[in-house]
Design a protein around this ligand. Structure first.
Ligand code: ADP
Ligand code: MG
Length: 174
């Protein structure tokens, strides 16, 4: 079985991957997988350009995390979500430039990765990580892997636009 853990940069994919590794799961980064299977087409400003079509043809088992991991042929795709205001603070802490931060904050606000994941027509689940500890998120991932409480993680329940309607000027470029 292949599980992918995806989501906008800053939502906490790597933190959850580390917790799952501690619990004995074998978790790989999408970048490592893309390198191993020669899916890196180019490198621009220190970021890899990945052949996502080629990714979808890789046959592997295990858990893979990364913001492109929903392009793998995963049995279950887990989209981590996080309040865009928090994503913004976390990306600011990475020292990224304003445009790159807002590209990602707006993407989280508008469900971009969730929609991409749904378009792959796989089993998609969503976890709202806002106000959850890394341990709690890892518990939720384990629930999904074991097929428990699947209704709770059914996608479509998160609506940042409504939740942040009074603070939109902070999460979109006007
Ligand atoms: P991603 O891999 O999705 O880009 P990271 O795992 O690197 O995100 O997390 C971004 C930052 O947020 C890190 O500093 C991390 O320690 C912090 N973080 C991640 N998840 C949580 C959480 N559940 N609670 C508090 N801080 C978190
Ligand atoms: Mg990461």
């Amino acid at each position: 079985m292949l599980i992918s853990i995806t989501g906008t940069p800053g939502v906490g994919k790597t933190a959850v991957a580390m917790e799952l590794t501690k619990r004995g799961y074998k978790v790989r980064s999408l970048t490592d997988v893309a390198k191993e299977y020669s899916c890196i087409m180019d490198e621009e400003d220190g970021e890899y350009v990945v052949d996502v079509e080629k990714l979808s043809r890789i046959k592997i088992d295990g858990i893979v995390e990364g913001h492109l991991s929903h392009y793998l042929s995963a049995d279950k795709v887990i989209v981590l979500r996080c309040n865009p205001l928090i994503v913004k603070t976390r990306l600011e802490n990475r020292g990224w430039d304003y445009e790159k931060i807002m590209d990602n904050v707006e993407a989280e606000l508008l469900d971009v990765i969730l929609i991409e994941a749904l378009e792959m027509e796989r089993e998609v689940y969503e976890i709202d990580t806002t106000d959850k500890s890394v341990e709690e998120i890892a518990n939720a991932v384990e629930d999904i892997i074991r097929g428990k409480f699947t209704e709770k993680y059914r996608p479509g329940k998160i609506d940042w636009l409504t939740e942040l309607q009074d603070r939109l000027e902070e999460v979109v470029r006007l």
